[in-house]
Structures are given as C-alpha cells and as structure tokens.
Design a protein around this ligand. Structure first.
Ligand code: DGJ
Length: 736
C-alpha cells in the first residue's frame, strides 16, 4: 500500500506540500494539492487509499503550511463518511453517492474506482495556472485527468476532465461530469437559480437547499437555456447581499444539455456535480479514444454578489468573450419594425435612418432569403440561403453599397442550423434533418434542426457564412439565431450511436464556429436564440455579444439586464430601443444604454424632440461607451427591493463614471426619496455630477454640482427619480 508513496513523489511544484500525518495505526503520507487564486484556495488531498478528495474550498489561509491540518479536523466517523468529498466521484464500487462518472467497461463490468497517479501544475502566465491530476482505475486501463485552471487575479476557476479509454474494447460512459466540488463549514446553502421562457428570461428564485439532491438541467438540445440557464449562485451561511457574504457564482461552458446536481449531504456539506446532461446520452469511447468534458467555471466572493460579478466581468472580457476588451458597433435593426415585410427601397430608407440616427451599423434581420419557398413568414425558406429575388432583385450588394455611401456598416441575420420543411434544402437533404424516421414530424416555430454531428452539415453551415463574406466583403456583422429545440432526436448520420447526438451536436456547432473564427477572427457576431435561449461562456468565445431576450419592454429589461449583469459584462449584452412597452423613448434609451446600445424603431414615427433626443443620446453614449463597456460595474439599488434600480460603471482610473437610475414602481409617491450612495469612486478626488440624456424642452432633475468622492460614497447623490423623471443618467467626472 505504501509503495505508492515512494513512487509517486515528484518534484514539488508551487502550492504543493508533502506532509506526514499520524493515524492511529500507522504513519502514511498524504499529498495536498492546493490551487490558489488571489483570495481563495481549492485544496485537494490524496488519502491513504489513493483517492483524491476535496478538503477545502474557500477563502485562502494566510499560512500555507496550515492546509495540511485541514483534514485532521474532520471526524473519521464511520466508513461511509470518508467518501462524501471525492473530487470526482466514481460509481459502482465503494462510493454510493451521486456520481460524477459512471461507466460500463469493455467486459461489461460496471464498477469504477479512480486512484491518484500523478499531478503537475503549470504556470501558463502570471495570471493563469493549470493543475492536472491523473487518476486511474487500479483494475481497468481507464483514466481520468482532472483539470483545474486558476485565474489568479480574477478569482475564477475552471474545472473539466479528460476521460481516456485504454481498454481493449469499447467503454460506455453513462455520466461524465466536468467538475465535482465540495463545500464544508457548518453552512446553510442558499441557491439562487434562474428560470424562464421565451420573452421571460432570467427570472431569479432563491431557496434554502435542504438535504437531498436539487437538479438544474436542460434537455432541450439546441436553445438549451430556454427554460433554465446553467448559471447559478450559492450563498454560504445566509443569502449574500450585494456587498456582503460568501457566494459562489457558477455555470457550464456548454451550449447544449447540461445538468448540475446540488446535494446537501448527511454531513450538512454541499456536493456540486456539473457537466453535460447524461440524460439519454450514453457516450461510447473506443479503445484509445477520449472525451474532454466542457469547462465548469466558478468564482467565489467573500464580499457579496457584486464582487463575484466583477470577477466574472474581468474574466469574461479578458479570456472568454470574443474581443471582450474591444469596441462594439451601435446599430439599427429592422426586425421589430418590418418583420418579414420589406423590399429594397424600404431597407435603403432604413439605412438612411441609421445614418440620421448616428449609429454605426444597419442590421438586416430575418426574411431576406428563399425563392422556391420565400421567407415571408416563419413557416418557409429556412435552409435556402439564396437572396429572395422578389424582395431584393439587386441582391444585398446594393444595400451594402448604400450603407457604405451613408458611412454606415451593414450586418445580416442568419439561422443556419435550421430548416423549414417548406424549403429546397429539406427536400434535397432529408438525411440532414434531425427527426425520428418512423414518427410524425413535430415542429418548433415551424422548423426542424439540422444534424450538426454530420460533417457534411457542418460544411453546409460553415458555407452559409463563408459565402456571405466571400460574396460581400464589406459585410461587417452577423446575427446568428437559433429558434428551435430538438424534438424527436434522431440523426441518420450517427447510425447506432444515437445517444451521442446531443453531445456531438454541440461539438459540431463549435467545430463550425471555430472554422468561421479561423477565417474571420474579429467580425462581430451576435449570439441569439429566439432571445436568450443560448447564452453561455462556451458559445461566447465565438461571439462578441448576445441577445438577452425578444422582450424589449424597458421595465422588463431592467430586471433581465440586472440579472444577466451578474454573470456577463455589459459589453456583451445587446439592448435595443423598440416599440415594446409604453414608456417614453428617453426611458427606453436610458435602459438600453446600460449595455450595448441598439435601436429597432422607425424614425418617421418619432417626433422632432424624440429624434433629437435619440441623436444626442447616441452622441453621449459614444463618449461614455468605453466606461460602460470596460469599466467596473457596481449595483447600487436593487430593482427587486426598491422603487428604483440604480447602477454605476466606473472607469479603471476612477476619473469617469456613468450612473443609471430607473423607476420601477409606478405607485403614488414612488421614487428615490433618499440619496443613493455611490461605489467605486476615488474618495480623494473631486467629481462633477452632471445629468445627461435630458429630454428636449424639459428641466434637468439633478443640478450640476461638484462633490468629493468621499461625499459621494458616504452620503451619495439623489438622482431625483420619480413619476415625472422616470429615468436619470448621471455623468460623473473628475474635476481637473
Ligand atoms: C428570434 C430573434 O430573437 C429575433 O430577434 C428575430 O431575429 C427573429 N428570431 C427573426 O426570426
């Protein structure tokens, strides 16, 4: 048994400590693997049975040597208690808990045990370290490597696994999670999860976790987040507030079916197992084949939810979202104003509107394609990506020319993963369509999903994009939509591997997006899925921004954008001013300005003041957008608990800030009766507080005045939001 101690010792890497621990019967060595970020530590330990367990996940200790004392603090209890905290729980041997991995070996045996083999930590750069822990079944030639990537400054960790079959024959994976975490510490655990539907995205619900397993999951295939996204928060001890409390934010980088098990165990600790949803998804590995699971990310804040969100914003912009630290294009979209009903003159006039408004780009939405089955509604044409000759007899080239003449860029909508039965594509390639051969077709928005596990379909989808760019080199933007879920999951191409469809679909999607990004690395693309049906950090590595919801009623949007803004930085959140909602255009614009601003309106329908307001607001936005997109975000007043929502973005040097406050309660007397205390400023600086986005012909609600940062962050400022001034934007700049 102790041979392994002699053989496995390797040159010590940073954060690894060898120590001897005295047990009642004999002296054994236990290896500690501590992965640290700026504030936190994840500590694993190899026990005398060579199992790797998680012994700590929390605020890091001041003294490194004390990590070795952690495991002594746990009662050894009965045999069973030693297995709760496995760092990757195998099924079918002595572990009887919800597994992270469950397999059938090549000989039909269903037991798995995973023992420590080796580990190493590589410092990728000053910020990132990667720890790899190799585990192996002592009986079978079956290996799992646990990957732990730590982003030091951002306090974010990503975990995933690589599962390798070295047996002589197929191994079937029944469950293959990305990560298996364990939280100890006499805690109550509070889960903040999200649910929704079309136009109802990101509705939060907070509950106290009780013993047993709570599962967050999706089985929808594409558009996986329609009812529930994979992101969640867990507060430790008590529900975290904005600036206080310990809270973990987490999610899966995967644009398909996911599953997260949250189990409060009999020791009152919390096990979290997250990964691809194994529902109906056995995955077969042939000899020497491997599966790399998607990354599970998490950040732990010891200073409330606001800090966790800022960790994620920094991490997302720097490492995940395409061009996260870059600029974005403001735009005018035509979906809400024309729907499918447009022609060349109408679009040219809208391009003129984009110029008049002062935005950067005109985005042509759905309806520009299909000839045998013209795309005049959502019931026909998907799959036939040829320009509709009736609506656009001169193609889109002439529209792009008009855009160029107007000094406006041009973007286009596509939904290349889908097909309408009324399309040439459906008739030419029925074998590309996901559907049960013996069952009636069942549609979601009159369409079916193409089988992206098939390389030929991948080529087709890639070529939709490539053709557009090849034929239209001045095309500057893509909105990539995905409106259907997968019903009747069956892919002809997968033959007897049908259970792999949901996994291979996402792999196929990512392969296409990767190819697109190899050829078109920087062109901005919006991630859309009938609204926010597919928002995750896996997809966002290929996209510059996402469409949170088709619901653009600004009151609804305040709540949605607020919740999204915990997980994603404002530079990635597209907000459009539309005809949804009855609020004045100022309110709509102010709400859209807290992210990536766009419009979907007809200028002719605006009066002079409204138009002037929009034009001036865009000018102001252009001056402040870097602070909004790249600045540090602080939530000041929660819309769920107050009459008004308020938040502020502060630039890195603390010289400029933008504060948005919106009335969310229309009852008598509602408003900001007290000052709102600001955050993120420099207390030693003096700031000028000035209202912007003042509607023509109206008085400012806030008098321009200078205050010290100290005053603003102790007393605050009252934006005077009330039923007469329903939204106020304040520009806060240092006085030279
Ligand atoms: C759903 C999207 O969310 C909308 O913005 C629009 O692009 C439509 N699809 C077009 O069909």
């Amino acid at each position: 048994m102790y041979n392994f101690f002699k053989t496995r010792l390797r040159s010590s890497v940073l954060f690894i400590f060898l120590l001897g621990i005295t047990f009642s019967q004999s002296v054994v060595a236990q290896e500690i693997i501590a992965v640290k970020t700026k504030s936190n530590a994840l500590v694993l330990q190899v026990n005398e049975q060579k199992e790797v367990n998680t012994i700590y996940l929390g605020e890091k200790l001041k003294n490194d040597t004390e990590y070795s004392a952690i495991s002594q603090q746990f009662s050894q209890g009965n045999d069973y208690t030693t297995i709760y905290n496995s760092s990757y729980t195998p099924a079918g041997s002595k572990n009887l808990l919800e597994p992270a991995i469950n397999v059938t070996h090549s000989d039909g045996n269903t037991s798995l045990s995973l023992n420590y083999v080796s580990h190493k930590t590589t410092n990728i750069d000053n910020d990132i370290s990667l720890t790899e822990i190799v585990l192996k079944d002592p009986v079978y030639n079956f290996e799992v490597t646990l990957f732990i990537k730590a982003f030091f400054n951002e306090d974010v960790i990503e975990q995933w696994t690589q599962i390798v079959n070295k047996e002589k024959g197929d191994v079937v994976l029944h469950k293959y999670a990305s990560a298996n975490l364990y939280f100890t510490g006499n805690n109550d655990f509070w889960l903040n999860q999200y649910h929704g539907d079309w136009a109802k995205e990101m509705k939060p619900e907070e509950t106290h976790l009780t013993h047993g397993i709570k599962v967050l999951d999706s089985k929808l295939g594409t558009r996986a987040n329609l009812f529930q996204p994979s992101v969640f928060m867990i507060s430790l001890g008590k529900p975290a507030s904005e600036d206080e409390g310990k809270v973990i934010f987490a999610g899966l980088e995967w644009s398909g079916n996911f599953r997260t098990d949250l189990e409060v165990d009999p020791l009152n600790n919390l096990r979290i197992i997250s990964g691809i949803n194994n529902f109906s998804s056995d995955y077969t590995l042939a000899e020497n084949e491997s599966l790399t699971t998607p990354k599970f990310w998490y950040t732990l804040s010891n200073e409330g939810k606001g800090k966790a969100s800022r960790n994620l914003h920094d991490w997302g912009r720097k490492y995940k979202i395409l061009d996260g630290n870059g600029s974005r294009l403001t735009l005018l979209n035509n979906w809400e104003t024309t729907s499918f009903d447009f022609n060349e003159p109408k679009l040219k006039s809208l391009i003129g509107d984009a110029k008049e408004l002062g935005v950067d780009l005109f985005l042509l939405d759905d309806g520009w394609f299909g000839n045998s089955y013209p795309r005049n509604g959502d019931n026909a044409g998907l799959g036939d990506w040829q320009i509709n000759k009736k609506k656009l007899p001169n193609g889109i080239g002439t529209l792009i020319e008009t855009a160029v003449e107007n000094d406006v860029k041009f973007g286009i909508w596509i939904e290349p993963e889908m097909v309408n039965p009324d399309s040439d594509l459906y008739h030419e390639h029925p074998e590309w369509v996901i559907k049960q051969p013996e069952r009636p077709e069942h549609y979601f928005r009159n369409q079916l999903v193409l089988d992206l596990s098939n390389p030929k379909v991948q080529d087709f989808v890639y070529n939709v994009v490539d053709d557009l760019f090849t034929k239209n080199p001045d095309l500057s933007y893509i909105k990539w939509d995905c409106n259907a879920v997968i019903y009747n999951a069956y892919a002809k191409h997968l033959k007897n591997k049908q259970s792999q469809l949901s996994v291979d679909y996402v792999k196929g999607l990512y392969a296409v997006l990767k190819r697109i990004r190899n050829k078109y690395p920087t062109v901005p693309m919006m991630l859309c899925s009938g609204g926010g049906g597919r928002v995750d950090y896996g997809a966002l590595q290929y996209f510059t921004e996402f469409w949170p919801s088709d619901n653009t009623d600004p009151l609804e949007r305040i709540y949605m954008q607020w919740e999204y803004s915990y997980f994603y930085p404002s530079v990635s959140i597209s907000n459009h001013v539309t005809n949804w909602g009855k609020q004045p255009i100022k309110f709509k614009t102010d709400v859209a300005m807290m992210g990536k601003l766009g419009f979907d309106i007809v200028l002719d329908e605006l009066n002079n003041d409204e138009l002037k307001f929009c034009q001036e607001a865009i000018k102001s936005y252009n001056l402040l957008k870097n602070t909004i997109w790249q600045g540090t975000q602080f939530h000041l007043q929660d819309p769920w608990k107050n009459d008004a929502a308020s938040l502020i973005f502060v630039d890195e040097k603390q010289n400029e800030a933008v504060m948005f406050t919106y009335l969310v309660n229309n009852r008598y007397g509602a408003g900001t009766t007290n000052p709102i205390v600001l955050k993120g400023l420099d207390s030693s600086k003096t700031y000028k507080v000035e209202e912007i986005n003042i509607y023509p012909g109206t008085e400012a609600a806030v008098v321009t005045k200078e205050y010290s940062g100290d005053f603003l962050m102790k007393v605050g400022v009252n934006p005077n939001v009330n039923q007469y001034h329903t939204s106020i934007v304040l520009k806060i700049t240092t006085v030279k």
